[in-house]
Design a protein around this ligand. Structure first.
Ligand SMILES: Cc1cc2nc3c(=O)[nH]c(=O)nc-3n(C[C@H](O)[C@H](O)[C@H](O)COP(=O)(O)OP(=O)(O)OC[C@H]3O[C@@H](n4cnc5c(N)ncnc54)[C@H](O)[C@@H]3O)c2cc1C
Length: 487
């Protein structure tokens, strides 16, 4: 349970939402303009991987200190030698696997300009707003972030806001955020759920801060499928587009950092949330306050501990049948997993290929009933422990078993084990299910008023980009209504 703090200072901050210290904020805005998400991610075409005959997994522990800036993916970081199968950083993408023709990791990394926010641009505000900070409000409303597109300008046309209340609202939204800003919403996570919610909330003229550690799960792959109008887009490109659209609006703030704690602060005006985050890649640490929090942090995943599985994950091995099944149509496939739902997943996968073998790695529990159901669909079952994934420069060629047998397969699917990024039950007191996913109602409300969740971090867990984006749009509407008092 997060700390419950009584703080009159924070209450005062609510009343002073339009009174931010603008100088520091303007400096940050200037840095934002140069940081942004302007650098193109490597395209799937140019970044086509070529596995070596002995591919080394490029995974890095989840607590790796420096996740990449989205505009400068760590696609060129040298592969780690340890083949742990836990989730990689954004950097350890499929695109990052070195092809023979690609420049050496160090050369390319050196040639990439650092585009993340400089440390100096993010004031580290380690404490909630203090009375002293409140004592000298600068009631000056800065201009909307200039040159960031026409959307927000047109949305802020004077003829759309009539009356004193509307003017005050518009002026508040236009003010640059400072250390004492109380945001309407802090969104944790800039995947499709968070970005979609953010876009809809700034369009509802909500002051939004988005905090993101840039470790999207699907960066392991080169192409995303099934997102209407963006079928085949690279995951990094999709995030870049989403972030640009969000940041077009003056109500939007983005900070690259890893959220490490959330405190609930009791106020006369209602509860506030104080979110602590650790800056990454030059961003400062930050403590920010908001009236509501949206958790959109997706999932972290652990693959079966096979030395080379990460080297093929996202290209030859996938986890989402709906996302990547089509590209594997009629191929000789493996389904590897250690959980009890393998049979169900195999039956689903047989929609795309009948040449399918389920590998339990000697762990997964398949009942006789399951096995006969699989048999009826022509799906084989291999219960012997697996040694590794086999492959060469052309890609995956098979699955080698601990007894030396190699079973030829050109690709397949793996069933990861998923967990949420943080223990939100311990952190915030929100209800979670058996998988630690955040239990929400149909509007995206958690059990704690003012805390919302959307995307893969809510049941049933791992789904699809467009589903997460849809959930983000839906929860944005709910948050806006909550802030008005309609919910
Ligand atoms: C290999 C692979 C391929 C896929 N391919 C497809 C596909 O082709 N089509 C498709 O529709 N779906 C695909 N998916 C599924 C899709 O990626 C997810 O369903 C979708 O990204 C979920 O969106 P989300 O916003 O909930 O979470 P995510 O996209 O995972 O975003 C969560 C964000 O939260 C951030 N975060 C986490 N913890 C913190 C913290 N403590 N502080 C700050 N930020 C934090 C992360 O860095 C990340 O940026 C694929 C998934 C994988 C693993």
């Amino acid at each position: 349970m997060g700390r419950l703090i009584r703080s009159d200072a924070v209450a005062a901050a609510v009343g002073a939402m339009a009174s931010d210290a603008l100088d520091a904020a303007r400096a940050r805005a200037a840095a934002d303009d140069t940081a942004g998400a302007a650098d193109a991610a490597p395209s799937a075409e140019t970044a086509k991987p070529a596995q070596s005959s002995a591919p080394s997994a490029s995974s890095q522990p989840d607590d790796a200190p420096e996740p990449a800036d989205i505009s400068e993916p760590d696609t060129f970081r040298p592969a780690a030698s340890a083949p742990a199968a836990s989730e990689p950083a954004a950097s350890e993408t499929a695109a990052s696997r070195p092809a023979a023709s690609e420049p050496a990791a160090s050369e390319t990394a050196a040639s990439q300009p650092a585009t993340s926010e400089p440390a100096t641009s993010e004031p580290a505000t380690s404490e909630p707003p203090t009375p002293a900070a409140q004592a000298a409000p600068v009631v000056t409303f800065g201009p909307a972030k200039g040159g960031r597109g026409r959307g927000p300008q047109s949305a802020r046309m004077p003829d759309r806001a009539s009356g004193a209340a509307a003017s005050a609202n518009a002026a508040r939204a236009a003010a640059e955020p400072g250390p004492n800003t109380v945001f309407d919403v802090i969104i944790i996570g800039a995947g499709p759920a968070g970005l979609s919610a953010g876009l809809n909330l700034v369009r509802a003229r909500r002051r939004v801060l988005m905090l993101d550690s840039n470790r999207p799960r699907h960066s392991a792959t080169l192409k995303s499928h099934g997102f209407l109008t963006r079928d085949g887009v690279s995951p990094l490109e999709l995030r870049k587009l989403g972030r640009e659209e969000f940041e077009h609006y003056p109500e939007a703030s983005f900070h690259q950092s890893l959220v490490t704690g959330i405190d609930r602060v009791e106020e006369e005006t209602g509860e506030l949330f104080v979110v602590h985050s650790k800056g990454i890649r030059g961003s400062g640490d930050r403590t920010s306050t908001a009236r509501t929090v949206l958790i959109a942090t997706g999932l972290t995943e652990t693959l079966p501990a096979l030395p080379s599985i990460r080297a093929y994950y996202g290209t030859d091995m996938h986890s989402c049948t709906e996302c990547d099944g089509y590209e594997k149509s009629d191929a000789p496939l493996a389904l590897i997993g250690e959980t009890s739902d393998l049979a169900e997943r195999a039956l689903l996968l047989s929609q795309w290929s009948n040449d399918l073998i389920v590998f339990t790695n000697g762990v997964a529990d398949l009942s006789e009933h399951d096995e006969s159901a699989l048999d009826a669909r022509g799906i084989g079952v291999e219960r012997r422990p697996i040694a590794d994934i086999e492959g060469d420069r052309t890609g995956m060629t098979g699955v080698s078993l601990a007894d030396g047998t190699v079973i030829l397969r050109s690709g397949g699917f793996v069933r990861p084990v998923w967990t949420t990024a943080l223990d939100y039950e311990a952190l915030l007191g929100v209800a979670t299910d058996d998988d630690k996913l955040l239990v929400v109602d149909w509007l995206g409300r958690t059990s704690v008023p003012g805390v919302f969740a959307a995307g893969d971090s809510t049941p049933p867990g791992a789904q699809q980009l467009v589903v997460a984006a849809g959930a983000g749009a839906k929860v944005a509407s709910a948050i806006n209504r909550h802030l008005i008092g309609l919910l």
